[in-house]
Design a protein around this ligand. Structure first.
Ligand code: NAD
Length: 401
């Protein structure tokens, strides 16, 4: 009996390739990782690179691959900001994967957004499998303009290569003074997350983001996957050769494990949803809102697992329209002050609001550099070399000896 979900029969045969696929297609010079041999017995030291230098190097790699300089700059800025914010799972470690996806023609270079449906404040946009960092940026600018006109805008963005850290889009919208709500699904790779009560994956990590602007200061940015940990975090742990914390993973039999390789080496396991039935329910709603509403599609109908195909439903609101600018601003600050006044629990120095840990990490990594695990750094350098950027030049660009 075949107990796999529709379309996942290929999963157990391990023929996925590229990006987040777990058995990459081999392309000369582009690193691929196929075995747990890469798990070191003792973790190797990280390489520390300051954000501006890392951004220069990453953009240079993308340009070497023939990308337009705007595309290269937007992608490099996005990936490095993810690292700087502490989300290494969505940072420069993705660089070789993006290059590989472009070489395989799954990430379409030079694609711009096409408008599928335009009803003023409600739009369906198609990214044509273009670079998510460019398509997402342009889509948010369209949404910002529409929300300023009408007070609100709803965008269904479909068919886009990896949109990366979703908080990036929330921050772009909040910087324009608007509230952003994003629901995301991923249909280009096999399911990763088990539904609550299940032993086998049926969902992607379906992230959700809500960003709330504040007057003259940083926004509140809630941004997380609906799995207990982001899938990319299992890649980082696997490459660092360390186990993940208990309670996050199931092995292929659906039994608890701490071994991150179960998400990357056949036989595959599953991530668990956060918050038990609540995270599962939220993830399912992300799948429906991002995948079923805008015509993008949800996981069961999908049979091509070779690309990170992100879809995102975004709701943008002008906070000054509903209750007035003064009221929302004052109410927001009152609430934050109230939350900050909470006595700290044991093990905490103080209460933080969403978005604060990322800003603290940006300050720290801005001073000390971004730590990149040895495997990811080796892959980035190998990728640069394959594109004709010598190791010495790459190290010099990164500000390293
Ligand atoms: P996470 O578990 O680290 O949670 C991050 C969120 O929790 C942030 O909003 C952060 O400010 C808040 N937070 C953390 N500690 C806090 C504290 N002590 N007090 C208050 N708030 C706190 O995030 P994650 O689930 O690992 O997701 C990581 C990234 O992966 C996100 O940026 C997400 O968008 C991205 N992601 C993208 C995709 C995709 O398909 N593109 C899929 C999954 C995840």
């Amino acid at each position: 009996m075949n107990d796999a979900p529709p379309g996942t029969e290929r999963h157990s045969r391990g023929i996925y390739s590229d990006d987040n696929a777990r058995v990459p297609v081999r392309i000369p010079g582009i690193p691929h990782t196929t075995s747990i041999d890469t798990m070191a017995d003792t973790p190797r030291p990280d390489t520390h690179v300051l954000p501006p230098a890392l951004e220069r190097l990453t953009a240079a790699i993308f340009e070497r691959a023939g990308w337009d300089s705007r595309d290269a700059a937007l992608a490099a800025n996005h990936l490095v900001l993810a690292n700087a914010s502490g989300h290494d799972s969505h940072g420069v470690g993705m660089t070789p994967r993006y290059i590989r996806a472009a070489r395989l023609g799954r990430l379409k270079q030079g694609r711009t957004i096409t408008t599928v449906m335009d009803a003023g404040a409600v739009l369906t946009l198609d990214g044509g499998m273009g670079l998510g960092q460019v398509v997402g940026f342009d889509a948010m600018n369209i949404g910002i303009a529409r929300a300023r006109e009408s007070g609100a805008a709803i965008l269904a963005l479909r068919n886009t290569h990896h949109l990366g850290r979703i908080g990036h889009w929330g921050e772009q919208v909040a910087a324009a003074g608007l509230v952003a709500i994003h629901f995301v699904n991923v249909i280009g790779r096999p399911p990763l997350v088990a539904p609550w009560g299940g032993r086998q994956a049926r969902f992607s990590t379906n992230p959700i983001c809500i960003a709330f602007p504040r007057r003259d200061t940083n926004p509140i940015v809630l941004d997380f996957a609906t799995s207990r940990i982001a899938h990319g975090k299992t890649r980082v742990a696997w490459k660092r050769g360390v186990p993940v914390a208990e309670g996050n993973l199931l092995d292929r039999e659906g039994e608890p494990t701490q071994d991150p390789s179960v998400m990357w080496v056949d036989p595959f396991g599953a991530l668990l949803p956060f918050g038990e039935h609540k995270g599962f329910g939220l993830g399912m709603m992300c799948e429906l809102l991002a995948g079923a509403l805008g015509g993008a599609g949800t996981l069961p109908g999908k049979t091509d697992w070779d690309v990170i195909d992100n879809n995102m439903l975004s709701i943008l609101l002008d906070p000054s329209r509903l209750g007035g600018a003064d009221s929302y601003g004052a109410e927001t600050e009152r609430l934050i002050e109230w939350v900050y006044a909470t006595p700290a629990a044991e093990g905490f120095d103080r209460v933080r609001i969403p978005g604060e840990p990322e800003r603290e990490t940006r300050e720290k990594r801005g001073r000390e550099g971004i730590p990149i695990d040895a495997t990811s750094w080796g892959e980035i350098i190998e990728c640069a070399e394959s594109l004709g950027l010598s190791r010495d030049v790459a190290y010099a660009m990164a500000g390293l000896e």
